[in-house]
Design a protein around this ligand. Structure first.
Ligand code: ADP
Ligand code: TRP
Length: 319
C-alpha cells in the first residue's frame, strides 16, 4: 500500500497540524510505503517572500523529522524537486471542469479572507491531485478540511480513465474522525490564519502564556464547568493519558477547580507530550547536513516513481 501526504511550508506548525495530519501520517509509515512531502509550490499561492519561504521549508522539514517522520521508512522530499508533478498537473487541468474548482471551499475561504484570486489559488486542487496521482498513491492521510480536495482528485481520476483508458490509480482519503478538528485558543478551528495556534516548538514561557490566555467562560471557581465543547478538555484529551483526562473531566463536573488551574495542567501536559520531540529536534539541528541529506535521498526515490507514472500518462494521452 502506498501512503502519501503533503504539508505546506506556509508558517509555523501547530497542534492542529500535528494531531490532524502529522501524527496519523507518522503512524501510517509502519503500515505501507509512505511518501511525505513539503508542498512548497502550493505555499507560493500565499507566501510571496522568498526568504520567509525558504526558511519555512527548512523549519517544516526539521519539525516533521523531529516529530517522528522516519526517513528509513518514509520517503521525504520537496514537491518542487519532482518536475513531473507540474507536467501532470497541466495534463489534468485540461480535463478539469471549471465548476469543479469553483465549488471548492478552500478557494472560497481564501477569497473571503481577502486573498487576491490568482489562477494558482484557483487551480490549487489540480496540483494537489497531481501530487497524489503521480505516485500511484492508495491512501492519503489529511485533516478533514482537505477531504474535498481528495474528492476532486477522485473525480479527475475517473474522468481521465474514461477519456484515456485505465491509467491512474483511484486514491482513498484517511481522516481521523476523533481529532478531525483541533480547537484553537479561541475555541474556533486552530489555524495559522486565525492567529489562535499553539506552535509545536514554542519556547516554554511563550507556550505557557498562550495556553493561559485560552478563552473560557466566566463560571466561578466553585461552580461545575461545562464539559461540552470545552477547549481545555478538547486539547487535554490529545496530550493526557486516559486516567488524567478522566480526573480533569471530574474536576470540571464537580466544581471547585478554577480555569487557571485547569489551564496550568493543560500546559504541563502539552509541554511533557512534546519533550521527546524537542530532544530529537536538538539532535537534528546539531547535524547541519542531516536534513539536506534526507531530502536529497527522498528526491531521488520520488522522481524514480513519478517518472514511471509520467511515462504511462504521456503514452495514454499521445505525447
Ligand atoms: P492552517 O489551517 O493552519 O493553515 P494547513 O491548512 O496548512 O493549516 O493544514 C495542514 C494540515 O494540517 C492539513 O492536513 C490540515 O487538515 C491539518 N490541520 C490544520 N489545522 C487543523 C486543525 N485545527 N485540526 C485538524 N487538522 C488540522
Ligand atoms: N493542501 C494540503 C494542505 O493545505 C497540502 C497538500 C498539497 C497535500 N498536496 C497534497 C496533502 C497532497 C495531501 C496530498 O494541507
Amino acid at each position: 500500500m502506498r501512503i502519501l501526504s503533503g504539508i505546506q511550508p506556509s508558517g509555523t506548525l501547530h497542534l492542529g497540524n500535528y494531531f490532524g495530519m502529522m501524527k496519523p501520517a507518522i503512524e501510517l509509515q509502519d503500515r505501507g510505503e509512505a511518501f511525505y512531502f513539503i508542498a512548497d509550490l502550493h505555499a507560493l499561492t500565499t507566501v510571496q517572500d522568498a526568504g520567509a519561504l525558504s526558511e519555512n521549508i527548512r523549519d517544516v522539514a526539521v519539525d516533521f523529522l523531529a516529530c517522528g517522520l522516519d526517513p528509513r521508512k518514509a520517503c521525504f522530499f520537496r514537491q518542487s524537486q519532482v518536475p513531473a508533478v507540474t507536467e501532470l498537473a497541466w495534463i489534468l487541468s485540461t480535463l478539469t471542469p471549471m465548476g469543479l474548482l469553483e465549488r471548492c471551499h478552500s478557494y472560497k475561504d481564501k477569497m473571503a479572507k481577502g486573498f487576491a484570486p490568482s489562477h494558482g489559488l484557483f487551480a490549487y486542487p489540480v496540483l494537489m491531485a497531481a501530487d497524489i496521482l503521480i505516485y500511484d498513491s492508495d491512501l492519503v492521510p489529511v485533516g478533514k478540511d482537505q477531504k474535498q480536495h481528495i474528492e476532486v482528485t477522485r473525480d479527475l481520476v475517473i474522468k481521465f480513465n474514461e477519456t484515456y483508458g485505465n491509467t491512474l490509480k483511484l486514491p482513498e482519503p484517511s481522516i481521523q474522525e476523533h481529532t478531525a478538528v483541533v480547537p484553537g485558543l479561541d475555541g474556533e478551528k486552530m489555524s495559522k490564519s486565525y492567529g489562535n495556534t499553539v506552535g509545536l516548538f514554542e519556547e516554554e514561557a511563550a507556550m505557557r502564556k498562550k495556553i493561559m490566555s485560552l478563552k473560557t467562560d466566566s463560571t466561578p471557581v466553585e461552580a461545575p464547568k461545562p464539559v461540552e465543547d470545552s477547549t481545555i478538555l478538547g486539547l487535554y484529551k490529545l496530550v493526557a493519558g486516559p486516567a488524567d483526562y478522566a480526573q480533569m473531566e471530574n474536576d470540571f463536573r464537580n466544581g471547585g477547580t478554577g480555569y487557571g488551574d485547569l489551564k496550568k495542567r493543560l500546559f504541563a501536559a502539552v509541554w511533557e507530550y512534546f519533550a521527546p520531540m524537542r530532544e530529537r529536534r536538538k539532535e537534528i539541528l546539531a547535524d547541519p547536513g542531516y536534513v539536506e541529506r534526507v531530502l536529497r535521498e527522498g528526491r531521488e526515490k520520488a522522481n524514480h516513481v513519478a517518472n514511471g507514472v509520467m511515462t504511462r500518462v504521456r503514452a495514454a494521452v499521445g505525447l
